[in-house]
Design a protein around this ligand. Sequence first.
Ligand SMILES: NC(=O)c1ccc[n+]([C@@H]2O[C@H](COP(=O)([O-])OP(=O)(O)OC[C@H]3O[C@@H](n4cnc5c(N)ncnc54)[C@H](OP(=O)(O)O)[C@@H]3O)[C@@H](O)[C@H]2O)c1
Length: 340
Amino acid sequence: MSISYNIGILGATGAVGEELLTVLAERDFPVKSLRLFASERSAGTSLSWQDQQIKVEDIEKADLNGIQLAFFSAGGEASKRYAGRFLEVGAVIIDNTSAFRMEAAVPLVVPEVNPEALEQHRGLIANPNCSTIQLMAPLKALHQVAGLKRVVASTYQSSSGAGRKGMDELRDQVIKVLRFEDPNTKVFPRRLAFDVIPQIGSFEDSGDTNEEEKMINESRKILSLPELKVSTTCVRVPTFIGHCVSLNVELEQGFTMDEINQALEHAEGVLLCTDNEWPSTVDVVGQDDVWVGRLRRDRSVDNGVNLWVAADNLRKGAATNAIQIAECLIQKDLVQVKLS
Ligand SMILES: NC(=O)c1ccc[n+]([C@@H]2O[C@H](COP(=O)([O-])OP(=O)(O)OC[C@H]3O[C@@H](n4cnc5c(N)ncnc54)[C@H](OP(=O)(O)O)[C@@H]3O)[C@@H](O)[C@H]2O)c1
């Protein structure tokens, strides 16, 4: 008889939470029971999952006993506040927020790239930042061909990267602008409708935003290349779902484009578009692969390559990657907290 698990989702009513519900069902994840948690704002409402209506519980009041595997997507503050309670009942947590990603004892995992990091988990596993996740499999493939020397990533990130409220704000702004009314701005630093915003997150002393620093630090950790030169510019664009990244990569050694093509074609989780085909956000919504196009040599440096990488930020950038981590844990018999 195959084993199934008692699952909890913290942040179940959010954009990532909703996708977690969809992907759990789609992948036929072995769910014995499913409990949904959020704040008191949405406690008492119900969400449908398969043929059940499941009540959302207020995490403050919930008895967590019995939960074996928990997916967190309620923001960093909530992750920090509630992780201890889940760990106390023996649950393994897969956290979508940035709360613990850079802690040395917390594996930061993209299953196609560094599944071995899971062996060391102590109950808490971090899912990387959405824009970082989608770059990892293509970068690993390039690294295996000729060694990564320097990476320059410029992102085009959709409004759903800021959750439900981000999508709502963009929709409301678009309607207001088309009616020649003044749009409200609360989630994004400036009006996003019919514009682009080169600021995601807050500014650090370096001049980078915290989103840009996340991409730099998390890439180094996942690829186990602590000295890798990475430069990022993160830009919010007025789309709803799907992030795109223009990636410029310098490699250590010489290569042929045939080698690069082959490596990307065979990279797990990557779909390579050929013959001048390229992916847009419309192509990748609802998809789990990372789509790569516009692949070409960068002739301005010795060993350079340019590519365009698109993915669904709510799926591969969040829910799918988290569930793939859980599947990996099951495969490796690691759905338990090591006490020593
Ligand atoms: N969106 C993305 O593309 C993406 C990708 C990767 C990672 N993430 C990360 O995932 C997390 C969630 O993102 P999202 O886009 O799903 O946001 P969202 O749509 O705003 O959803 C937030 C969820 O968290 C719950 N929540 C908020 N504060 C809470 C609290 N104090 N206690 C309990 N529940 C609380 C909300 O519940 P209520 O209904 O009760 O308010 C809601 O279910 C964030 O940390 C984000 O950085 C997002």
